[in-house]
Design a protein around this ligand. Structure first.
Ligand code: HEM
Length: 402
């Protein structure tokens, strides 16, 4: 059921968080939404929206009241058909629990340790390449190249067709977590056929021997999940794990290029790289917003929300909430304790691929930090406009080798 405006007691916002201007720079609007109250009413979309850290965390942790099986976007999948078979992100326990256990057993600390060497080899190669270039586009020549190679190889899909299909698939997939507007429709047009490509390459016989994809299928052999679920889990890796990591690498690179002092710190002590990464997940969260649906009538922070209502959770705003992070929440400070941010979500759906993207980023950026003395911006970065992903289309950068 859609929530009736007459039942909404929260401050009304007529502005559109998904407009070009607000996507280009979402933070002034996020600040106004947070200051207006724990909940605001987005008039254009007819949903309550949440932007404060504590409230977003409360929603994500209460998975039985704020459910995911009706979709993690504004469309209610209990009443409308999903564009594709629902996967782990759009499920509740007990279905969610079995899928989560299977995926968690594959993306395990042991599984990640086994990948480190092959990630390191390609990181060395890529860093050699950009050191030769000195001036390059950190989005296209660096951030995009690394996960496409190492993550694709780890999942075990063929190299051919990866770039053409998976980037468009990710953009289309993440569009479903925001409104079905012209921008989303355009990403859907560009993504035509890519879901079929991904599903065809998720089949057991297409996946490389010993790959993560094959290990998911082994869970089906052991009877832990069904064959349909195995294919959906491999697809989930491909559609959720690539764009997010690419934009995350770009976001750290951009932040460090405009904060050269922070780069000096990571160069002197590359072990600080992981703090630079976490602080950028907080400040520029790659997956900015998604939705939940109420499983019952709920009286929540002054709003009477009927059962079966959609609500928007803006983790990108929560991660800059000064009530939680202090008055300098908008500042990039790699010495801040940024752990506990909501960039990977929270609760039972918290990103299961997190150890994979952390490993990719840690290996690549630590290698770069050791070999590059200084980094600076070489022109205006061009933002990538997407309803739920935050990143850059182009990040011109100059580096000085150590
Ligand atoms: C830096 C990169 C990444 C970011 C920022 C990110 C962000 C997120 C967030 C915010 C969620 C929670 C969504 C919700 O609560 O509805 C999530 C869930 C998920 N992510 Fe990631 N993710 C990243 C990388 C990955 C990778 C590499 C994979 C696959 C290997 C992956 C697979 C998934 C899956 C399958 C879920 C659903 C988990 C569940 O429902 O239990 N993600 N991710």
């Amino acid at each position: 059921m859609a929530l009736d405006l007459s039942t909404a007691t929260a401050p009304v916002f007529t502005e559109d968080p998904y407009s070009d201007d607000n996507l280009r720079d979402p933070y002034p609007l996020f600040a106004r939404m947070r200051d207006a109250g724990p909940a605001v009413w987005l008039e254009r979309y007819g949903v309550p929206a949440f932007t404060r850290f504590d409230v977003c965390k409360e929603i994500l942790e209460d998975y039985s009241t704020f459910i995911s099986s009706a979709g993690a976007g504004p469309k209610n999948l209990h009443h409308e058909k999903s564009w594709r078979a629902q996967g782990i992100m759009e499920s509740d326990p007990p279905i969610h629990t079995t899928m989560r256990q299977a995926m968690g057993s594959v993306i395990s600390p042991r599984g990640m340790r086994a990948l480190r060497n092959q990630f390191q080899q390609f990181a060395d190669e890529l860093v050699d390449r950009i050191l030769d270039m000195r001036e390059f586009d950190a989005a296209k020549d660096f951030a995009e190249v690394f996960p496409l190679r190492v993550f694709g190889d780890a999942v075990g899909i063929p190299r051919e067709g990866r770039a053409e299909n998976l980037l468009a698939l990710g953009a289309m997939n993440f569009s479903t977590f925001g409104p079905d507007d012209e921008r989303a429709k355009e990403y859907f047009r560009m993504g035509q056929g890519t879901n079929d490509w991904a599903m065809a390459n998720c089949a057991r016989e297409k996946l490389a021997e010993g790959s993560l994809g094959q290990q998911i299928w082994d869970c089906a052999d052991k009877g832990e999940i069904s064959s349909d679920q195995a294919a959906l889990l491999v697809r989930a890796m491909l559609s959720a794990g690539l764009d997010t990591t690419i934009f995350s690498i770009g976001n750290v690179m951009r932040l460090l290029s405009v904060h050269p002092g922070e780069w000096s710190k990571v160069h002197v002590n590359p072990r600080l790289t992981k703090f630079a990464i976490d602080e950028s997940f907080r400040l520029e969260s790659p997956f900015q917003s998604f939705y939940r649906t109420t499983s019952r009538d709920v009286d929540f922070h002054g709003m009477q929300i009927p059962a079966d209502s959609k609500l928007a959770v803006f983790v990108g705003a929560a991660n800059r909430d000064p009530r939680h992070w202090g008055e300098d929440a908008d500042r990039y400070d790699i010495e801040r304790q940024a752990g506990g941010h909501l960039g990977f979500g929270m609760g039972i759906h918290q990103c299961v691929g997190q150890p994979m993207s952390r490993l990719e980023m840690d290996v690549l950026l630590t290698t770069l930090a050791a070999r590059v003395k200084a980094i600076e911006s070489a022109g205006d970065a061009v933002p990538y406009l997407h309803n739920t992903l935050r990143g850059w289309e182009s990040i011109p950068i100059k580096i000085v080798p150590a």
